[in-house]
Design a protein around this ligand. Structure first.
Ligand code: EPU
Length: 420
């Protein structure tokens, strides 16, 4: 297994470009199953999870074509199977996103039931009950969600008991081809849900209310092809900004969207960062100063994102003062804490909160990544720490960060990949 070797202590400086958003690209790729016409998806990030989604389409008989500009064209008319096998679902839970589109367009779908993962139990009961409310017949047996519907799905009024991002996306996609109007209440307001809705609208769907907690979808008979460019990745953006703040650096991130990062930027300002923004760029300057601790509480958008708390834990670990991080979305998202403590951090877990007493500096150590965002936080810890840190199990990072070592190197970091 590859590892990353980091020599810490360098202030990050320079400019980088942000890639397309993983969590927007994944549902958009699944949405291509909703039409027999060709959909072109542009600004796809080069990530392992994207490859897995393309592989999943491939194993259903759909062959994505990559053009000379690395855009992907998908013509799903060659589909031959309506099934997402366990081998792929176990490597990427977002495979569940094909359930709604397959059911809506072909009236049947079999998707392996995702199990728990490193950040929590993560059930998909709300995806299932919403599709049942739309008339689907669903059983869970032999480890698979087996769904079918006689004719078209029917529009329904759905109240989501919890705010779920992929749950909202699955139901919204299914509803585009249903008979009648579907209303999703307590819908996720995440920018990635909005990006998917905008792509579906380009494909001819009738959707309103995306970005609010009530999304209304009027089903249409069929959708058509389109060309759609995926929005920038707000979590990748935030991760580099936090890395720069933790190392007392000065960076500019380009091709991004400051308007969807308000909660994160305001925490970085509280940490002492001087932040300037333009339409599609953000510049962060610590003026060489040590960051100040901040406290955050995760919650669905527009509140502070769960995908960003581990990185703030790394920042707090070397900041002035004490900060707390409260996680309310997933039950087990603190695995990075024990690894950071091995690097000399002073962090304790109290229920769903971690209390971080900032120390003068961390010391390099061998550490192990447990999930995507935890890996990012350990890299940040390695970038600030004295001496060398090796981060093991970095296949997690390759799922969600495009060319991370090249981007960090271009900001001056001493980081390289050690092949297995
Ligand atoms: N939940 C249920 N039942 C359901 C669905 C969700 O109880 O049927 C619970 C979950 O267990 C969790 C909460 O609701 O406690 C929210 O989970 P959600 O469904 O919103 O998460 P998700 O859709 O599986 C997406 C992102 C995650 C991100 C979360 C929260 C994608 C592909 N994944 O997951 O991204 O953390 O929303 O914002 O969009 C990542 O990129 O590293 C990542 C984990």
């Amino acid at each position: 297994m590859d590892k990353l070797l980091i020599k810490g202590g360098v202030r990050l400086q320079g400019e980088i470009r942000i890639a397309g958003a993983k969590n927007s690209a994944l549902p958009i790729l699944a949405a291509t199953l909703l039409t027999h016409e060709t959909v072109q998806v542009c600004n796809l990030p080069h990530l392992f999870d994207i490859t897995t989604m393309l592989e999943l389409l491939g194993c259903m008989g759909v062959q994505p074509v990559i053009d000379e500009k690395l855009n992907v064209e998908i013509d799903s008319s060659t589909i031959a199977h309506f099934s997402a096998p366990y081998e792929l679902v176990k490597t990427m839970r977002a495979s569940i996103l094909v359930l709604g589109p397959l059911l809506a367009r072909y009236g049947e779908a079999e998707v392996a039931l995702p199990g728990g993962c490193a950040i929590g139990s993560r059930p998909v009961n709300l995806h299932i009950s919403a599709l049942q409310a739309m008339g689907a017949d669903i059983v869970v047996e032999d480890g698979y969600i087996k769904a079918s519907v006689d004719g078209r799905l029917k529009g329904a009024s759905i109240f989501m008991d919890m705010v779920t991002v992929t749950g909202t996306e699955n139901v919204m996609m299914a509803a585009t081809l249903a008979d009648g109007v579907t209303t999703i209440e307590n819908a996720a307001r995440e920018p990635e849900v909005v990006d998917l809705a905008l792509c579906l609208i380009e494909m001819g769907a009738k959707i309103t209310g995306q970005g609010t907690d009530t999304i209304v979808i009027e089903g249409v008979k069929e959708l058509k092809g389109c060309s759609y460019s995926v929005m920038p990745d707000r979590i990748e953006t935030g991760t580099y900004l936090i890395a720069a703040a933790a190392t007392r650096g000065h960076i500019k991130v380009k091709d991004t969207r400051p308007d969807i990062l308000e909660s994160v930027l305001s925490k970085l300002e509280q940490a002492g960062a001087d932040i300037k923004v333009g339409d599609n760029w953000i510049e962060l300057d610590m003026h060489g100063k040590r960051p100040k601790s901040v406290s955050v509480r995760t919650a669905p958008y527009p509140a502070f994102p769960t995908d960003m708390q581990a990185q703030f834990t790394a920042l707090n670990s070397v900041a002035e003062g004490t900060g707390s991080i409260t996680e309310t979305v997933f039950e087990n998202r603190f695995m990075h804490v024990h690894e950071m403590n091995r690097m000399g951090a002073a962090i304790r877990v109290e229920g769903n909160t971690v209390i971080v007493d900032g120390v003068d500096n961390l010391k390099g150590a061998p550490v192990m990544a447990t999930d995507l965002r935890a890996s990012a936080s350990l890299i940040i810890a390695g970038l600030v720490g004295e001496n060398e840190t090796t981060v093991d199990r970095i296949y997690h990072i390759d799922r969600g960060y495009e060319c991370i070592e090249e981007k960090l190197q271009s900001l001056g970091a001493q980081i390289r990949r050690l092949p297995a």
